[in-house]
Ligand binder design. Structure first.
Ligand code: CTP
Length: 315
């Protein structure tokens, strides 16, 4: 009882529509400020009242937030204006929000009550990503922002990394470049330790395809998020143990042996052939180590395409 009282309980709330790594980064920072993190997610009605209907339904948003590895508990239908009552009900010491102003439909600061009570802390908002930005990328059907790898020369790469006005060659609108620090921060957290994974008998490795591969089989302006952004999105997911950045499109014998893969899984979306027309999963199928998964949803939790590899430490 005494120990429980000393635990710092943190509250974060929001819409979390089309959950992205900006949301995950806010949640990660909030968790760092305490011991136990409670995330309040607004209902569809509450969001519609203050800023218009969300893209994802409340059921989907609740599920997506629960999948973020730094989240200890999700409170459904949290009030848009954070009240002291809701904070007290869940024993939260303070509330955390990104350093941007959020207002209700009539212009009131949604955090005025907790601010006045001295129970408000800020975290750094992640630049370069927002729900509006992602929707914009989806609607931007031009291919002019795409460059093939042959068009990326030293000058282009230099410009991308130095000039803030420069756009990513793959998504056009993104200027996001992850540092090793950011990748390490996202790799830490509630991941199963190797021992725990071994005891459980499984470990999930996500292979992320390069932007060129995704564009080849998905066309148009895909991917909506570039490889760097997809790495962070997938690392934020509590079920992911490790990520292979830029995994080959076809699951090769070498890859399966190297990672001791017991099972290769793919969702219910169609499997596009590799460049030479071959089945990218021919090798795992030949070994009897391939399975289809049903995510139970038409939407992916993260707007990226990925492949799951499960393997046992005991194999
Ligand atoms: N957040 C962040 N960085 C971003 C986007 C959101 O740190 N790029 C934070 C917000 O400051 C807030 C939390 O994520 O603390 C939940 O935000 P949410 O209510 O979903 O809304 P928005 O701030 O409107 O997010 P977006 O602009 O992406 O819709």
């Amino acid at each position: 009882m005494e120990r429980e009282k000393k635990q710092t309980r943190v509250w974060v709330d929001g819409c979390f529509d089309m959950v992205h790594y900006g949301h995950a980064n806010a949640i990660r920072q909030a968790k760092q400020k305490g011991d136990y993190l409670i995330v309040g997610v607004h209902s569809d009605d509450e969001i519609a009242k203050h800023k218009g209907p969300p893209v994802f339904s409340e059921k989907e948003r609740y599920k997506m937030v629960r999948a973020i590895k730094w989240v200890d508990e999700v409170i459904e239908d949290a009030p848009y204006v954070t009240t002291l009552e809701v904070m007290d009900k869940y024993n939260c010491d303070f509330c955390v929000h990104g350093d941007d102003i959020t207002t209700t439909a009539d212009g009131t600061d949604t955090y005025h009550l907790v601010k006045n009570a001295g129970r408000y802390k800020e975290c750094q908002r992640t630049a370069g990503v927002s729900t509006t930005d992602i929707v914009g990328r989806m609607l931007l059907m031009t291919r002019t922002h795409h460059l093939g790898p042959e068009k990326i020369n030293k000058d282009t790469v230099g410009a991308i990394s130095q000039d803030h006005s420069t756009q990513s060659p793959w998504t056009g609108v993104s200027q996001f470049l992850p540092t090793t620090k950011k990748i390490i921060q996202f790799s830490e957290g509630k991941e199963p330790s190797p021992e725990k994974a071994a005891a459980k008998g499984d470990f999930v490795i996500v292979g992320l395809h390069t932007d060129q591969d995704v564009n080849r089989y998905k066309g148009a302006n895909n991917p909506i998020m570039n490889l760097h952004e997809r790495v962070l999105s997938v690392l934020a997911c509590r079920y992911v143990s490790e990520v292979v950045i830029g995994a080959p499109y076809s699951v090769t014998a070498d890859l399966m042996d190297h990672f001791k893969v017991d099972l290769v899984c793919h969702g219910k979306t169609p499997i596009m052939p590799d460049e030479d027309g071959s089945d990218p999963y021919a090798e795992p199928k030949r070994r009897g180590k391939f399975e289809f998964l049903d995510s139970g949803s038409f939407f992916f939790v993260f707007p990226s395409r990925f492949v799951f590899f499960f393997f046992s430490f005991f194999s």
